[in-house]
Write a protein that binds this ligand. Structure first.
Ligand SMILES: Cc1cc2nc3c(=O)[nH]c(=O)nc-3n(C[C@H](O)[C@H](O)[C@H](O)COP(=O)(O)OP(=O)(O)OC[C@H]3O[C@@H](n4cnc5c(N)ncnc54)[C@H](O)[C@@H]3O)c2cc1C
Length: 287
């Protein structure tokens, strides 16, 4: 979506081909509370049309620069998140405890950075609504449609378009779409390298890294522990430090809420315990 928003500066017509049903009413017309309910595990992503991103309920860190890019492309985004979704930003210098191997990292930052305290699921939905509102006349979505192949001109060594198929009619014929500029935004399971090899005999250099990391993630309300170095810090990170300490944990805020109890910090967080080398099996949906 960020790519599409950026390209509106340079292209008059942009088409997004997306295999999930991301414009369905359940996602697009959901109220802020309904979105939070879905995120809290009352619906699994597949049942509401969003199966394409297995990590959608996993906590995501949005680096400060990423937040700046979002704000430039979507000037109303932050106000919307703040006013309608009870999302706020946090100071990485003063409201975060980030420790690596027992060393506090963020206390001597020369420049403060903002942490956007929102879950990826909510952010994605709000971003999509903004994209449609802001650039609806330039961007066309083809949802429930899967790109299956590249259309190439072998004599020019050039990709000229893509073949895509409507997911609902499994037996249906595929469609061809040509474009002046084609970007693969299909994520970590992209087939582009395979397709480039098949169609143009082009070998894209790749490096395969074997890495195991297991998470257990859940959403919960933060309560006072009596330890000010935790209670005063809405954002808490303690990284794994293999091989000495193989378990890390974090608590990142996704909403401010009315405290339900005098001990509540009034913060709803995504909390995770993780382990490098997969000692805990991945379990994104555990709540
Ligand atoms: C457990 C986990 C934790 C992570 N934590 C972080 C983090 O903290 N911070 C961070 O910055 N990153 C994190 N990442 C990485 C981050 O999720 C990815 O880098 C990011 O999602 C990539 O964005 P994307 O838009 O390129 O692809 P995706 O978000 O994967 O989106 C790809 C889209 O393409 C669609 N699609 C796929 N194939 C096709 C096709 N053939 N035709 C049509 N549509 C298709 C999918 O439905 C999907 O909508 C994490 C990843 C995992 C797995």
């Amino acid at each position: 979506m960020v790519t599409a928003a950026y390209l509106t500066k340079y292209f008059s017509r942009i088409t997004i081909i997306e295999s999930d049903d991301v414009l369905n009413d359940t996602l697009m017309k959901a109220t802020p509370n309904e979105i939070l309910d879905y995120r809290c595990g009352l619906e699994n992503p597949g049942s509401i049309g969003r199966s394409g991103i297995a990590q959608i309920y996993q906590a995501h860190i949005l680096e400060g620069e990423g937040f700046k890019i979002f704000s430039e492309l979507f000037p109303r985004l932050y106000d919307k998140l703040f006013n309608e979704y009870n999302v706020r930003t946090y100071s990485l210098k003063n409201e975060c405890r980030f420790t690596v191997n027992g060393t506090l990292l963020n206390q001597n930052l020369t420049e403060d950075m903002k942490w956007l305290g929102v879950d990826r699921f909510t952010l994605e939905i709000v971003l999509r609504k903004e994209l449609c509102l802001q650039f609806g006349n330039q961007i066309e979505w083809k949802c429930k449609s899967r790109v299956t192949q590249l259309l190439v001109d072998q004599s020019l060594n050039m990709v000229k378009g893509v073949k895509y198929r409507c997911k609902e009619n499994t037996g249906s014929s595929s469609f061809d779409m040509y474009g002046d500029f084609i970007i693969d935004c299909s994520g970590r399971n992209s087939s582009s390298t395979k397709w480039l090899k098949e169609s143009l005999n082009l070998t894209v250099p790749t490096v395969q890294i074997h890495f195991g990391c297991g998470y257990v993630t859940y959403v919960g309300e933060r309560y006072r522990t009596g330890n000010p170095s935790l209670d005063l810090m809405p954002v808490v990170f303690c990284t794994a430090n293999t091989p000495d300490r193989n378990v890390g944990c974090y608590a990142v805020p996704i909403r401010t809420i009315k405290p339900t109890d005098t001990n509540s910090l009034g913060i709803l967080s995504t909390n995770a315990v993780y382990c490098v080398n997969s000692e805990f099996s991945p379990n994104d949906s555990y709540e």
